[in-house]
Design a protein around this ligand. Structure first.
Ligand SMILES: Nc1ncnc2c1ncn2[C@@H]1O[C@H](COP(=O)(O)OP(=O)(O)O)[C@@H](O)[C@H]1O
Ligand SMILES: [Mg+2]
Length: 378
């Protein structure tokens, strides 16, 4: 079933949670949150959601309506819903004139809200078909994460990116392990510029500056490398990460993000802006313990539903992937066996396994994951 993507616009943090709690149905996914400013506009242009929900407490000023009208005129493929606690005939009329498809009270029942979202999106889709305007492909941003070093996050991120490119997808790879990033090594790239030069660029972060500070790998993927020296890491902030992803989305089918084994401003911003998070762990007791802590934090951050688990370097020892399934009550998304020789040769040569050792069991395991990722409808 194709899922419906929502973006929630609000200036009120409590309303974010309120709307999230209303979006109870499984076919509705909140793809992002923002406010009524230029960041919100960029987010909506970048995510191209099916529906935008504007949630507003108190009187709705002329400025808000002007923003919504501008949104309606700029982003032509999205239906706009309004949730407000000051619903009056006047508000409904003003909202309709600004392009809002339906206005509802803030305390609408979740089931009714979900139904309104589905209806708005269906009407919008029909309108587009009638216009034969066609919708551009929607990008997916995928993070590889986990609170433990050495489990294979970077190996998975790099090989997934290259694997998707092998399938003809437009792919970007961002190395956000800012202190110890080694994506460039795994791809035998020697970057002149990195994410540091990008965030310091006077002209700001836009698609031109991103392209000029990235590298193109021989597989076709666009790679934004981590700083050459760890001391520069702190120059990159969470807000930079959000902007980079927002700006890149319209240009790539997949944005793969390699993350450090820790929660910090940058990794949390990345998690927030990813559509899916793949936690990479090994089949051992320390992994299992770490995964539990990591999952608890992701749950507290309200991102648990984005999480999938990958078990890498799998061996049939004391801890098996079934133990992860039992612990988290969800199936493990993919399992990759252990192959020290293939992993080492690939690392030393800087040649991804799915290209240089595509016939090995390890490459096949990884490609099975890549195919499964690519098959998932959004
Ligand atoms: N399936 C595997 N079998 C054997 N070695 C692996 C496997 N996956 C990764 N490795 C090796 O484990 C080490 C750590 O991998 P890396 O991807 O850098 O982990 P992380 O990014 O989680 O720190 C590297 O030497 C890598 O080659
Ligand atoms: Mg790594």
């Amino acid at each position: 079933m194709d899922k419906l993507n929502l973006v929630v616009l609000t200036d009120d943090m409590d309303l974010r949670i309120h709307v999230k709690n209303m979006a109870t149905d499984e076919d509705i996914v909140i793809a992002g949150y923002s406010d009524f400013g230029s960041a919100g506009m960029l987010k909506i242009e970048s995510l191209a959601p099916d529906v935008v929900v504007c949630a507003i407490k108190g009187e709705i000023g002329e400025q808000r309506f002007a923003f919504i009208r501008n949104l309606f005129l700029t982003v032509k493929t999205t239906a706009i819903l309004l949730l407000t606690d000051s619903l009056s005939v006047d508000t409904v009329n003003m909202a309709a004139q600004a392009g809002v498809r339906q206005s509802m009270p803030l305390d609408t029942q979740p089931s009714e809200f979900c139904e309104a979202v589905r209806r708005a999106s269906a009407t919008e889709k029909q309108r587009q078909l009638d216009n034969a305007s066609g919708k551009r492909t929607r990008s997916r941003t995928i993070g590889f994460f986990g609170g433990k070093g050495g489990t294979g996050k970077t190996t998975m991120a790099v090989n997934t990116a290259v694997g998707l490119a092998k399938k003809g997808k437009r792919v970007a790879l961002i190395d956000l392990d800012l202190q110890f990033g080694d994506v460039n090594m795994m791809l035998e790239l020697e970057p002149k510029d990195t994410i540091i030069e990008l965030v310091q660029e006077r002209g700001g972060i836009n698609i031109e500056s991103i392209r000029s500070f990235s590298m193109i790998h021989s597989s076709g993927i666009t790679v934004l490398c981590a700083p050459k020296s760890a001391e520069f890491a702190e120059l990159v902030e969470g807000r930079h990460v959000e902007t980079i992803i927002d700006v890149m989305r319209p240009y790539f089918e997949y944005i793969i993000v390699d993350l450090p084994p820790s929660f910090n401003d940058v990794s949390i911003a990345a998690v927030e802006n990813c559509d899916e998070i793949y936690l990479v762990y090994n089949s051992d007791i320390l992994s299992l313990k770490n995964a539990k802590v990591c999952m608890t934090i992701l749950d507290q951050l309200q991102h648990k539903e984005k999480v999938r688990i990958i078990i890498n370097k799998n061996i049939n020892g004391l801890i098996r992937y079934k133990d992860f399934e039992r612990m988290f009550g969800m199936p493990v998304f993919g399992v990759v066996g252990t192959d020290d020789k293939t992993a080492n040769v690939s690392l030393n040569k800087g040649r991804p396994i799915v290209i240089s050792a595509s016939r090995t069991a390890m490459a096949r395991d990884i490609m099975a994951i890549v195919n499964k990722i690519d098959k998932q409808a959004r």
